[in-house]
Design a protein around this ligand. Structure first.
Ligand SMILES: *[C@@H]1O[C@H](CO)[C@@H](O)[C@H](O)[C@H]1NC(C)=O
Ligand SMILES: CC(=O)N[C@H]1CO[C@H](CO)[C@@H](O)[C@@H]1O
Length: 300
């Protein structure tokens, strides 16, 4: 039975292990693909799945236990396919706390991926730049994160712990795989992305409002390089169940840190650069998947 709950309720019984297993089995029954890599595409980066061939698409509403997108016109899909021979699964559209989903709904797909045999997960998102050196259109490799909702008890691992997924008190100090970060930097260098490639700390806020100037200044002091409203719950649950994680964030705006600054941005320029860089980000992810596939072949 699918009971919709709001994020404001303490929710510890969203899905049992049997629910996760059922959804996994249902998907594996429907598809021949056995992905080792999962990609969570943020809105605007949904085209990532276009690079795949032999595609098989499932609407979220047709998958047992899957949360359904509430935003009109934002139909979510799970896309299976192969990139350069590597089986992948793409989430087109993901769930946000500010939409009213509980964190176990937000993170449900990650555990399904784990049970399906996925080993690495690539999370992409758009975020606002805090670090004054950043520019709109920069691609930031997420090195670490600050889980602000988690500080306030909005944490996807609250509640009884299921040891079949992971340990009660998981380490998060190395949530973002060093190997994957190194590999993606190498690939980005080869693609000549160095002038807009960054590495930094992503901070999650619940939203839906954007930060006030005082809040943005606080985030800067705390060591955040960019801020957004997603990604961290999925990464936390992925790390808990032993997935390798890579996070990439496209800086789509600069967060205002100054009361007196006049808004001088040309919105056409901003939109243009974001569109261009979103394409380059997709290319980066595709190349990375190919490289992972080659590594697999070489080590097997
Ligand atoms: C998967 O397929 C098997 C064999 O056809 C069937 O017994 C089982 O009920 C299916 N499971 C789901 C969740 O659809
Ligand atoms: C899917 C998506 O883009 N999610 C969020 C990423 O971060 C930005 C910036 O905070 C949010 O506006 C998006 O909703």
């Amino acid at each position: 039975v699918h009971v919709r709950k709001t994020a404001c309720q303490i929710d510890i019984t969203c899905c049992s292990f049997e629910d996760y297993k059922l959804t996994t089995e249902w998907l594996l029954n429907q598809t021949r693909h056995r992905p080792k890599v999962a990609v969570i595409c943020s809105s605007g980066l949904g085209l990532l799945a276009d690079a795949a061939s032999n595609k098989q698409t499932f609407r979220y509403q047709d998958i047992p236990n899957f949360p359904v997108s509430t935003a009109p016109g934002h139909e979510g899909c799970l896309v299976f396919g192969t990139v350069d021979g590597a089986a992948c699964v793409f989430m087109q559209g993901h769930f946000h706390l500010y939409e009213g989903y509980s964190l176990c709904q937000v993170t449900l797909p990650v555990r399904i991926f784990k049970l399906m045999g996925v080993e690495s997960i690539i999370v992409t998102n758009a975020s606002g730049g805090i670090c004054p050196d950043f520019k709109v259109g920069d691609i930031m490799i997420i090195k670490d994160h600050i889980n602000l909702p988690g500080f306030a008890g909005q944490h996807p691992l609250c509640g009884p712990n299921d040891e079949r997924f992971g340990t009660r008190f998981p380490s998060m100090s190395d949530a973002y795989s060093k190997d994957l970060r190194r590999l993606v930097s190498e690939v980005a260098c080869e693609l000549d992305y160095s002038s807009f490639l960054r590495e930094g700390v992503y901070c999650m806020v619940s939203g839906p409002n954007f930060e006030t100037i005082a809040e943005a200044r606080m985030l800067l002091v705390l060591g955040c390089d960019s801020v957004g409203m997603s990604t961290v719950p999925e990464v936390t649950v992925a790390k808990h169940c032993g997935l390798r994680v890579l996070g990439l964030s496209l800086i789509t705006n600069m967060v205002s840190l100054d009361y007196s600054r006049e808004e001088k941005v040309n919105h056409d320029d901003v939109l243009h650069i974001c569109k261009t860089r979103a394409k380059l980000l997709q290319k980066l992810v595709t190349e990375l998947i190919c490289r992972l596939q080659q590594q697999n072949i070489n080590t097997n």
